[in-house]
Ligand binder design. Structure first.
Ligand code: 5AD
Ligand code: SF4
Length: 481
């Protein structure tokens, strides 16, 4: 093979998703125009923007770009919603409950908007990418000014300009298969923990999940762009970088091994400095021994694996379109534990998938007993319109699903309690994150377990050694060593 081939390929793939430079230049012009309009409308002080993000870390990372753009347009950010001149909800569609909360909060904004019609109420994110939701907003929430989807965040300057200058409602849900936009301004929420998206979208089409429909096809960011962003974050003092993607194991999967996910972990691990690398989410189908070996050998990669299993029963896994079975999952876990005896493993589980029987649910319980997860994110199945599972018949009622959900959370509670009890007297390296209401410090171990301890606020953002003195079920109490 010609040595230049991967590079040529890389350009071809990234340009498939790249937004044309002319489009980005147009947005730079809109930015200047919005700045001018805002300066004349707010001559004494900058207008205020309130941004709230629902859902996963991928959405949080989008929210940081949205805030970055708003700041570049001339807004100051506020936490006080009623003081804001612009309110933007960055929404999530993963479960019905998440959507209900958004509709509730939009409803509450009516009086705020009617008190001053020049205020801007904007909605974006996964929920808006569903036609039936956008239609409902159009019809039933006429005071919403701006609605845009997940593929056009970079056009926010233009949208705001149109809202400010035409007074007309703006709806843009275009770009079904998505794109990759580099170079947008980012207003990061943290000063020592950073989210770093490495890919967008998802190709897996798990039968219950709306993500592939609202986020488009899987596409990876350029390897060098990701490493360079990590380098800049570390140079700026960040102590924890979480690499984000719906399925990080398939990062650059159509490219040379030297550009795939394990290589990316190694390249970031090689950057000088004292920091942790985390990543989420791994899909068991694509989780390889090479990835686990790489985790084990890279000192800066936190020994925490979030590996969503969803169910412990093979028939249910097949109906979920997960492409692995219980045995494959358990063998991955066994290999991971052999390579990293202190590895902390967490997972996601869905209870009450359509047609899941009581016996099939027992398989989930037995898998949880066998793996002994550090913690679990547990969900009751929520039918998402347009997904395959939403059309499946479902003989079990909510009461039965609630019963199973409780059985699972009770089981996990007893496992977590026993796990934390075994940590008593041990010393852990902890990244100190914040102070608590009770005047203690709170941080996380490499395995992502929360530990609280007395200490000076000046330690926030640093690594400290903390001895566990009093394990509780979900958190540990400790003291600085
Ligand atoms: N119902 C319940 N849980 C869901 N998840 C995704 N879609 C659904 C749904 N329709 C859960 C999965 C996934 C996590 C992010 O959300 O467990 O891993
Ligand atoms: Fe949804 Fe499955 Fe993709 Fe995760 S891997 S985002 S659960 S479709």
């Amino acid at each position: 093979m010609n040595a230049e081939e991967p590079i040529l390929q890389e350009q071809a793939v990234s340009s498939r998703f790249a937004v044309p430079q002319a489009e980005l230049d147009k947005q730079i012009e809109y930015t200047a125009m919005v700045e001018t309009v805002l300066q004349s409308r707010f001559p004494d002080k900058k207008p205020l923007a309130f941004v709230h993000t629902y859902g996963c870390q991928g959405n949080v990372a989008d929210g940081e770009k949205i805030k970055g753009i708003l700041v570049s347009l001339g807004y100051d950010l506020t936490e006080e919603i009623d003081d804001a001149d612009l309110v933007l909800y960055n929404t999530c569609a993963i479960r019905e409950h998440a959507q209900d909360r958004v509709f509730g909060n939009v409803g509450k904004r009516k009086a705020w908007k009617e008190a001053d019609r020049s205020r801007i109420l904007a909605l974006c994110g996964c929920m808006m990418q569903q036609t039936y939701v956008a239609d409902k907003i159009k019809k039933s929430y006429p005071y919403v000014d701006l609605v845009f989807g997940t593929h056009v965040i970079h056009k926010l300057p233009e949208f705001i300009y149109r809202c400010l200058c035409t007074g007309k409602r703006v709806f843009d849900l275009s770009g079904g298969d998505g794109n990759v936009v580099e170079g947008l301004p980012i207003h990061r929420d943290g000063t020592f923990k950073a989210w770093l998206p490495i890919m967008y979208g998802c190709n897996n089409f798990c039968s219950y999940c709306v993500v592939p429909y609202v986020r488009g096809r899987e596409r990876s960011r350029d390897f060098d762009a990701v490493v360079e962003e990590a380098r800049r974050l570390i140079a700026a003092g960040y102590k924890e970088i979480t690499l984000l993607g719906q399925n990080v194991n398939s990062y650059n999967k159509d490219k040379d091994a030297s550009l795939r996910f394990p290589a990316l972990l190694r390249a970031i691990n090689d950057i000088e400095g004292d920091f942790w690398i985390r990543f989420m989410t791994s899909h068991p189908r694509d989780c390889t021994k090479e990835l686990l070996d790489t985790m084990a050998s890279c000192k800066k990669v936190a020994k925490h694996l979030h590996l969503p299993v969803q169910s412990g029963n093979d028939r249910v896994l097949q109906e979920m379109n997960r492409h692995y079975d219980r045995e494959k999952y358990l063998s991955l876990i066994a290999y991971a534990k052999e390579k990293m005896p202190d590895l902390s493993i967490t997972s996601d589980i869905i209870v009450g998938f359509p047609g899941e029987t009581a016996e099939e649910f027992e398989d989930t319980l037995s898998l949880v007993k066998q793996v002994r997860f550090t913690s679990l994110f547990t969900f009751i199945f929520s039918p998402r319109p347009g997904t395959k599972a939403a059309a499946m018949s479902d003989p079990f009622d909510r009461a039965e699903k609630n019963r199973r959900f409780k059985a699972l959370t009770d089981l996990q509670e007893s496992i977590a309690g026993a796990r934390t009890a075994s940590m008593k007297g041990k010393v852990f390296r902890v990244l100190v994150e914040e102070s608590t209401k009770d005047g203690l410090l709170s941080g996380r171990t490499e395995g992502n377990v929360i530990i609280v301890f007395p200490g000076d606020e000046a330690l926030i953002g640093s690594f400290q050694n903390v001895e566990v003195t009093e394990p509780k079920t979900w958190i540990l109490k400790g003291r600085l060593c």
